[in-house]
Design a protein around this ligand. Structure first.
Ligand SMILES: [Fe+2]
Length: 401
């Protein structure tokens, strides 16, 4: 019972307030207050059509509140980079590099020179479970949108056919690599807010069936996409070798899979990962995940409570997923090594707080988030009202891709 009475952080979901305080001491600033302002900047850049943010005023608040803290010139550098003010962006990054020390707990967020060059990287399949699972990074476009690069997870089934989960943009070389693995039979996009590359992937691999999730029919940007089928727990797509489960009770509209032969859990926007020292996660992905409360762990970003519709149903769904047998976790917003081993045990530990959370606790997290981000609530409600009256093509709210 003690765990259910923990006073929880509303920003770093999964930590309690004493753990957040300890993190503040290690980092040297009020990390919750920092994150609230960073979130506004990210929204201002990437969801300007949904949430109205004065980015420059927010940067001014950051400078006033956290003078001399390296994350401030770092977010300035990022904003300037998005605005294509490259020289000013480089100067801001240089200021951040002067201020950070290598042993600072957040130093891992800093971009390497190669990352900061934003040069397109060669796409190549990475074999992560021998003969069974590969990963394909979806690179960012030059304007940094989609801002969070994602991974496709590619599974070769025992019959030699190939399934691509979360297909993103694919180079001709990557498509040839996929076809060399075997006959690509299915492109599966099992999460509602991923929609940008579905049609492009279907055109690139027309021999594959294009499978969406029921939420794609509700979300304006994906309503018109021609899917061959939508996922349904009543008729699982690959009952012989995959577990499949829709996560109910949340607007995420996510369907989770587990490839039994390789013991790999495959999920998308359900959780984000941000692991200090992980080699295969981009600068923007690290920075975004940190801003939304993920530091050196895997879990729910702090805006997720606003998407919870039925707490009981969602918890039951999560419990079922956690009852599956898996060792590895293929996240789309996080590298393969985000959890290097025994993923089920780590997820059980990291989600225990959620499984213990009562309805009032969930409402408290929602309320605290809205209290700290009042403009988000206002714009979110406006978006929902507008969405209910319009049938075509407003932008999606959510992580995008
Ligand atoms: Fe996403």
């Amino acid at each position: 019972m003690a765990s259910s009475r923990r006073k929880l952080s509303a920003t770093h979901l999964g930590l309690d307030v004493s753990e957040e305080r300890a993190l503040n001491e290690r980092v040297g600033v009020d990390i919750g207050a920092l994150n609230v302002l960073l979130q506004r900047v990210f929204w201002g850049i990437h969801q300007a059509d949904v949430i109205r943010i004065d980015i420059d005023a927010t940067l001014e608040q950051l400078r006033a509140r956290f003078p001399g803290f390296f994350v401030v010139p770092l977010i300035e550098a990022y904003v300037l980079r998005v605005r294509r003010q490259h020289d000013e962006a480089d100067a801001a990054l240089a200021r951040a590099r002067e201020l950070v020390t290598p042993d600072h707990p957040l130093a891992y967020i800093m971009p390497t020179d190669e990352e900061w060059s934003f040069k397109p990287r060669e796409q190549a399949l990475e074999e992560v479970a021998p003969g069974a699972v590969w990963r394909l990074r979806s690179p960012c476009a030059p304007d940094l949108k989609p801002w969070i690069e994602t991974y496709a997870t590619v599974v070769r089934r025992d019959d030699g056919t190939v399934v691509v989960f979360n297909p993103g943009p694919m180079s001709p070389g990557a498509i040839a690599e996929l076809r060399a693995l075997g006959r690509v039979t299915h492109l599966v996009t099992p999460t509602k807010f991923h929609n940008q590359f579905i049609e492009e992937a279907a055109r690139a691999l027309p021999e594959a069936k294009n499978i969406g999730c029921p939420g794609h029919r509700e979300n304006p940007p994906s309503r018109g996409i021609a899917f061959d089928a939508l996922l349904s727990d009543e008729a699982p797509l690959f009952p012989d070798d995959f577990k499949q489960k829709a996560i109910l009770g949340t607007e995420l509209g996510e369907v989770v899979f587990c490839h039994r032969p390789s013991r790999t859990l495959i999920a998308h926007d359900l959780m984000l990962g941000n692991r200090r020292g992980a080699a295969d996660v981009s600068f923007e992905a690290r920075f975004f995940a940190f801003a939304f409360g993920l530091h050196d762990r895997v879990g729910f970003p702090c805006y997720h409570p606003l998407l919870w519709l039925n707490h009981g149903k969602m918890k039951a769904s999560m419990r079922e997923v956690l009852s599956w047998e898996f060792d590895r976790y293929a996240l789309c917003h996080g590298g393969w090594d985000t959890i290097a081993e025994d993923a089920r045990a780590e997820l059980e530990r990291s989600l225990q707080w959620y499984l213990n959370l009562g309805t009032f606790g969930a409402l408290g997290l929602m309320g605290t988030f809205c209290w700290r981000q009042p403009s988000f609530l206002r714009d979110f409600l406006r978006y929902k009202i507008r969405e209910s009256f319009r049938r075509s093509s407003p932008p999606a709210l959510g992580a995008g891709q």
